[in-house]
Design a protein around this ligand. Structure first.
Ligand code: AHR
Length: 493
């Protein structure tokens, strides 16, 4: 039996902001140091200290925006420690992440250079928890002011004459937790105060992002929207997919079908969480002026055995690929409110794109999903009517297939399909309503016979996309047979 879907190719429903494909790099474990920054004297090929292989890999997936320096680290980061000659920079304790020494060799100039090399927008997260209004104000002035001023002069002394363009600025991170354990009422007032001094200099217009809620904490969103919506451009939201409990999250690579099922089920909760926070936002902002910025999401498993528990290093299997794919479909389908999302984190931490070991680098199954899905960046969403069959496990049911579709500026239609069932194929028949001429159909698939498959330094290409031949197009009718545990992207042109 085939499952029927209708895609209205002649109606559009919002633009899929390319920033939904954003990333997040924190001073945590081996994300910045080793993952990005190796220093100019490293034998690892680099440009001004930044790894060439990593830059090349991230450019391929068209990384649009990069959030830095945290996460929890942001609210203990003092930016002035990370400028000037590197040998003189202050060494500090990274109390959140492993209690290691942070030598501040990767600071503002290095981050902005990285963004220039990647061709992406910087998203800087300021310090509210342990910083001051003056410190935040001066950071913005340092980065973006063109005239004569103490901070602009200091920037010039440090070798950068022209200001940088900084569009995205976050006012604190998780201020309900690691960023100061504040009540929403208190943070709302702090946000109003701090953001006053996040100035627009010259033609640099800052998109101010307030610290938002997490999971099912709707009170935070209610208070922030009620008390401070008019001062913000974006409100963040964090949601991680944790299979087990906070104490025992489960292994990234060694898991049962039970854990496969639970992981995908929990990833799908993102849809409910976005819908409920968005409903509150709609009450105060019916025109959807304030963007929902899901600036931390992804899987969070136990660290790899033998690694520092504070470094959050985990492997990445076909299961992570499915989580990424269904989540990106959810973001597409909420694209009128979700204006940015930043998967946690780019390299060597949580659901990473890239893993490194010394000079070696591999890309993960999640990276491949970002590569396959990049065709949706800035494309117009096409509405999909679909009610999926279910994937049943031990008497519980979740939808078997997840779909989203878009049309890009060149007129190409892309359809992303995930079959999360590990045992059964999914037969789909899709009516492409409004498709005018019969066009060419091509496809790419990411799948494996083993749900645990992942790339290693010994077998870096164990899991990679292949051409997909399981779909046919006749007029407005498309039929597709999705293998179990697969992500497929179809192109119609
Ligand atoms: O991504 C790891 C941590 O998770 C971030 O630092 C924090 O914001 C969140 O709790």
């Amino acid at each position: 039996m085939s499952q029927k879907a209708i895609i209205n190719t002649d109606i559009t429903a919002g633009i899929i902001n390319k920033n939904i494909y954003g990333h997040f790099a924190e001073h945590l474990g081996r994300c910045i140091y080793e993952g990005i920054w190796v220093g100019e004297d490293s034998p690892i090929p680099n440009t001004q200290g930044i790894r060439n292989d990593v830059v090349q890999a991230l450019k391929k997936i068209q990384i649009p925006v990069l959030r830095w320096p945290g996460g929890c680290f942001a609210d203990e980061y003092h930016w002035k420690d990370g400028i000037g000659p590197r040998e003189n920079r202050k060494r500090m304790l990274n109390t959140h992440w492993g209690g290691v020494i942070e030598n501040n060799h990767f600071g503002t100039h290095e981050f902005m250079l990285l963004c220039e090399m990647l061709g992406c927008e910087p998203y800087i997260n300021g310090n509210v928890g342990s910083g001051t209004v003056q410190e935040m104000q001066e950071w913005v002035e340092y980065m973006t002011f063109d005239g004569e001023s103490p901070m602009a002069n200091l920037r010039r002394e440090n070798g950068r004459h022209t200001p940088w363009h900084v569009k995205y600025f976050g006012v604190g991170n998780e201020n309900w937790g690691c960023g100061g354990n504040m009540r929403p009422e208190y943070y709302a007032d702090e946000f109003r105060r701090y953001q006053t001094y996040v100035r627009n200099y010259g033609d640099n217009k800052i998109y101010k992002i307030a610290c938002g809620s997490h999971d099912h904490n709707y009170e935070w969103t209610e208070v922030l929207m009620r008390e401070a919506a008019r001062f913000m451009n974006g409100l963040s939201l964090h949601y991680y997919t944790i299979t087990g409990t906070w104490q025992h999250k489960g292994s990234a690579t060694d898991f049962t079908e039970d854990e496969w099922f639970t992981t995908i089920k929990k990833a799908l909760v993102m849809d409910e969480i976005i819908s409920k926070h968005a409903t509150i936002m709609d009450k105060y902002d019916p025109d959807k002026r304030v963007g929902m910025i899901v600036d931390e999401w992804g899987t969070w498993f136990d660290v790899e055995p033998g690694t520092n528990p504070g470094f959050l290093y985990q492997q990445n299997t076909l299961r992570d690929a499915l989580v990424a794919a269904v989540t990106l479909n959810i973001f597409h389908n909420h694209c009128e409110r979700v204006q940015m999302a930043n998967i946690a984190q780019t390299i060597n931490v949580l659901q990473a794109m890239i893993l490194t070991e010394g000079e070696k680098m591999i890309v993960t199954p999640t990276y491949h999903v970002f590569d396959m899905y990049k065709v949706h960046q800035d494309a117009a969403r096409l509405p999909v009517e679909f009610s999926s069959d279910t994937y049943e496990h031990n008497g519980e049911h979740i939808p078997q297939v997840s779909i989203s579709a878009s049309r890009n500026a060149q007129g190409q239609i892309h359809i992303s399909l995930c079959n999360i069932d590990p045992k059964s194929e999914a037969n789909l028949s899709i009516e492409l309503r409004g498709l005018e001429e019969t066009a060419k159909l091509t496809g790419t698939v990411l799948t494996a016979a083993d749900m645990h498959l992942h790339n290693t330094f010994e077998q870096p290409e164990a899991l990679k996309p292949a051409d997909f031949h399981g779909a046919t197009l006749m007029g407005q009718g498309l039929s597709a047979k999705l293998p179990p545990m697969s992500v497929v992207v179809l192109t119609i042109e």
